[in-house]
Write a protein that binds this ligand. Structure first.
Ligand code: UGA
Length: 431
C-alpha cells in the first residue's frame, strides 16, 4: 500500500516508520525543511529507542522517504495519514489549525480518490470537519473517505508499543474504508476494534483521561498514606491484584506530565463544556495533578526552611525516563520555584539536558554526572526514575553537604538509604 503521513512529530514519525517496517511504501511529509534534511540523513529528530535504526533500515530498503513537498508526498498515496499536532489553546481546548491546514493541503494536492486517516488526537466531530474542508475544495472531483485511527503509543517505548499494542481502534463510515485500514494494519497482528468515527475519537480522550484519573487517584491515596502511616507501595500492589483495577498506572509520584495527559484532560473538559456538561471528576484530576507537581518543594521546605543561596541538586528532568521530552514535566515548575527562592540549582539528566537548556530558567546549572550534581549540595530532589538514577551507588550521597534526598519517584529502599545515613523522604511511604 502507498501511504503518505503528514507531520513527523512523535506520532507521525513513529507511525510512518512502523508502517514501512511492515512493508508499506511510506512518504513522510513535514513543512520543517531542517527536520526533513536530517531525517533523509537517517538522523531522528527525537530520542526514541529503536526509532533511528528502523528509520535507516527502511530508508535503505526504499520503503521510507521524507519530503517537504505535499504534492510529491501525496502524488501516489492510496491512504494519507494526518499526524500533526493539536496543541492546547489558552482555554484548554485543542487547537485544530494544523489539522485544518493539512486538510486544505490534501484537497489542493490530490489527483485521485483517497482515504484520509486521522492519527492526531482530535475532538469528537473533527473527522467530519476534515471531510467537509476537503470536499468543499475538491468540488466533487475525487472521493475522500475519512477514518479515525487514534494512537496509543507511549513516549520512550513508542516503537515497541506499535508492534505490541493492546488494540488498534478504527472508526470508519463504510465497509470499504474499514477494509483498507484493516488490511494496512493486519501485519501488526494486534486485535482490531471497529466502531463509528465519533466513538473512535472519544476512545482516545477517554482512555487518556482514565489513565490520568488513575494517577491522580493513587497520588491522593499516597498523600493520605503519609498522614495515616500506611505505605503506598503495598497499597498499590494490594489494589492492583484485583483484576478489575489492574496493577498498571498505580505508581504514585509527582504527577503526570508529557505532551498528552495534561493537554488531553483539559481538552476533554472543554469538549464536555461545549455541550454544557461539567466534567467535575476530570477537573479534580487536573487540579490534583497541579498540586502533586509541587509536592517535592513542600517536602524540601519541611526539612530546610531557607534554601536561599544553597545548592540543590535536581536529578532527572524529563517527564518520565527514556525520553528527552520535558513538556509539562514537574522539573519545570520545581526548578522555577527553587530559583525563585534563591537556591543554586544544579541539574542532571542522562538524556534531556540539551532540551532542558532551552526550556528551563537560564539560571539552572547542569552537571555532567549525578556525582557532580550532588556534591556539596544541601538536598537532592529526584524528578525522573531513570535507571541510571535508580541504580546509583548510594555512597554518592555522602558527598552532599548534608545527605538529604527527596525522591518524587520512590527510587530507593528506605532501609538502604538509612544504612547509608541519608535522610530520605519519598512519596506515600513512612520515614
Ligand atoms: C500517554 C499514554 O500512556 C499513551 O497510551 C498515549 O498514546 C499517549 O499518552 C498519547 O496520548 O500520545 P505518554 O504521555 O508517552 O503516553 O506517557 P505515560 O507513560 O503514559 O506517562 C505519562 C505520565 O504519567 C508520566 O509523567 C509518568 O511519570 C506518569 N505516570 C505514569 C505516573 O506518575 N504513574 C504511573 O503509574 C504511570
Amino acid at each position: 500500500m502507498k501511504i503518505a503521513v503528514i507531520g513527523t512529530g512523535y506520532v507521525g514519525l513513529v507511525t510512518g516508520v512502523s508502517l514501512s517496517e511492515i512493508g508499506h511504501d511510506v512518504v513522510c511529509i513535514d513543512v520543517n525543511k531542517e527536520k526533513i534534511k536530517k531525517m533523509r540523513q537517517g538522523i531522528s529528530p527525537i530520542y526514541e529507542p529503536g526509532l533511528s535504526e528502523m528509520m535507516m533500515k527502511n530508508s535503505a530498503a526504499k520503503r521510507l522517504s521524507f519530503t517537504n513537498d505535499h504534492r510529491t508526498g501525496m502524488q501516489q498515496a492510496d491512504v494519507i495519514y494526518i499526524a500533526v499536532g493539536t496543541p492546547e489553546d489558552p482555554d484548554g481546548s485543542a487547537d485544530l489549525s494544523f489539522v485544518d491546514e493539512a486538510s486544505k493541503n490534501i484537497a489542493e494536492c490530490i489527483d485521485h480518490n483517497v482515504i484520509v486517516v486521522t492519527k492526531s488526537t482530535v475532538p469528537v466531530g473533527t473527522n467530519h470537519r476534515i471531510k467537509e474542508i476537503i470536499n468543499s475544495r475538491l468540488m466533487g472531483r475525487f472521493t475522500v473517505e475519512v477514518v479515525s485511527n487514534p494512537e496509543f503509543l507511549k513516549e520512550g517505548s513508542a516503537i515497541y508499543d506499535s508492534f505490541h499494542g493492546d488494540r488498534i481502534v478504527i472508526g470508519a463510515e463504510n465497509e470499504h474504508a474499514f477494509g483498507v485500514i484493516e488490511q494496512i494494519n493486519q501485519p501488526f497482528n494486534i486485535p482490531i476494534f471497529k466502531t463509528d468515527i465519533k466513538s473512535a475519537e472519544m476512545i482516545k480522550y477517554a482512555s487518556n483521561a482514565f489513565l490520568a484519573t488513575k494517577i491522580s487517584f493513587i497520588n491522593e491515596i499516597s498523600n493520605i498514606c503519609e498522614l495515616v502511616g500506611a505505605n503506598i507501595e503495598s497499597v498499590s500492589v494490594g489494589m492492583g491484584l484485583d483484576q478489575r483495577i489492574g496493577s498498571q498506572f498505580l505508581k504514585a509520584g509527582i504527577g503526570y506530565g508529557g505532551s498528552c495527559f495534561p493537554k488531553d484532560t483539559k481538552a476533554l473538559i472543554q469538549i464536555a463544556g461545549n455541550v454544557e456538561y461539567e466534567f467535575e471528576l476530570l477537573k479534580g484530576v487536573v487540579n490534583v495533578n497541579k498540586m502533586q507537581q509541587g509536592i517535592l518543594i513542600r517536602k524540601l521546605k519541611e526539612c530546610v526552611s531557607d534554601i536561599s543561596g544553597k545548592k540543590i541538586a535536581v536529578l532527572g528532568l524529563s517527564f518520565k525516563p527514556n525520553t528527552d521530552d520535558l513538556r509539562e514535566s514537574a522539573s519545570i515548575l520545581i526548578t522555577e520555584e527553587l530559583i525563585k527562592q534563591g537556591a543554586l540549582v544544579m541539574a542532571y539528566d542522562p538524556i534531556a539536558m540539551e532540551n532542558a537548556k532551552s526550556i528551563l530558567n537560564p539560571l539552572v546549572c547542569y552537571a555532567s554526572s549525578i556525582e557532580e550534581a550532588v556534591e556539596n549540595s544541601e538536598a537532592a530532589l529526584i524528578i525522573t526514575d531513570w535507571d541510571e538514577i535508580k541504580n546509583v551507588d548510594l555512597t554518592v550521597f555522602a558527598k552532599m553537604k548534608n545527605p538529604l534526598v527527596i525522591d518524587g519517584r520512590n527510587c530507593f529502599s528506605i532501609n538502604e538509604m538509612a544504612k547509608n545515613k541519608v535522610e530520605y523522604r519519598s512519596i506515600g511511604r513512612p520515614f
